[in-house]
Design a protein around this ligand. Structure first.
Ligand SMILES: [Zn+2]
Length: 287
């Protein structure tokens, strides 16, 4: 079962969160038919979006988008406050080989920007972007949190892809200190993180999200909450029709003149929708 655990280091003002999202990333890999480098990039973004979602309030959403000049071009992952996650990668068939023992996501992403869009509900959005530091996602997300949100943060994200292209492990953790966190604790955590083992190794050893947190920080953690997470896209035919309505009467008229059923495929879940000429004519009557 995929999950996220949010907690606090006991007696210290340090927020921590960890996710195991192997099934979610595996599901995304199948939907998008991604090859290993694209799978790793998308999976790291999914884990990152889940971790950021642990800071959301009810009815809010967060989207992380990476755009670079490498062959992947664009990768997006989104999570809402209930950890319903969806993702998209523009060029799914990318495999660049390994860099040491790791999948070379940085080279596949290239130079560019990481954007974070927070949907705060009631049509209020907060958007901010930073230049990619490495393209490896975790360091870029930590840089974003430190610079744009001004929260001193450490982020670790990992995806392990088997030679047969299946996802064996995916997850991550995030540590955030507060202005009143003691200096000794910050120094301790910085030293601890230097040689913490990869999160995928912990997952393949059977650790759950809570165990990952305790191993990563090396201190007792008090759980604040625990949630299941899953891949879920909220697209519906009604939403497709609403999107067509926003094109305006003239554009819908043109679509009718072309005389063909409108076919739309959802970017995130690949569900196909068809809007018939009859439905388009009906739309023209009511808008
Ligand atoms: Zn969809």
């Amino acid at each position: 079962m995929d999950e996220i655990v949010k907690g606090i280091i006991k007696d210290e003002n340090v927020l921590v969160a960890a996710t195991v999202c192997t099934e979610t990333v595996s599901h995304a890999q199948k939907i998008h038919d991604t090859w290993p480098t694209a799978t790793a990039a998308m999976g790291r973004l999914i884990a990152g979006a889940v971790l950021l979602a642990s800071t959301l309030k009810d009815r809010q959403k967060v989207m992380i988008q990476v755009r670079g000049d490498g062959p992947l071009e664009e990768v997006v992952a989104e999570s809402d406050w209930l950890y319903r996650i969806r993702a998209y990668v523009r060029r799914p068939h990318i495999y660049m080989g390994l860099k040491g023992e790791k999948i070379d996501v940085g080279r596949a992403v290239g130079k560019g920007f990481l954007n974070v869009i927070r949907d705060l509900g009631l049509r209020e959005y907060y958007q901010s972007s930073v230049e990619l530091q490495t393209g490896e996602i975790a360091t870029d997300l930590a840089y974003y949190l430190n610079i744009s949100e001004q929260i001193p943060s450490a982020v670790s994200l990992g995806v392990f892809v088997s030679p047969d292209n299946s996802v064996r492990a995916a997850g991550g953790f995030m540590i955030q200190t507060m202005p009143d966190t003691r200096r000794e604790i910050i120094d301790f955590l910085e030293r601890k993180l230097i040689d913490v083992r990869p999160v995928t190794s912990m997952i393949m050893d059977g650790l759950n999200a809570f165990d990952i947190l305790e191993e990563a920080v090396g201190l007792p953690v008090e759980m604040i909450n625990h949630s299941e997470i899953s891949y879920s896209c909220p697209c519906t035919k009604d939403r497709v029709i609403n999107a067509i309505v926003t094109l305006g009467k003239e554009e819908i008229g043109k679509m009718i003149d072309e005389g063909e059923t409108v076919k739309v495929e959802c970017f995130f879940c690949k569900t196909k929708y068809e809007v018939t000429l009859e439905e388009l004519r009906e739309l023209l009557r009511i808008i």
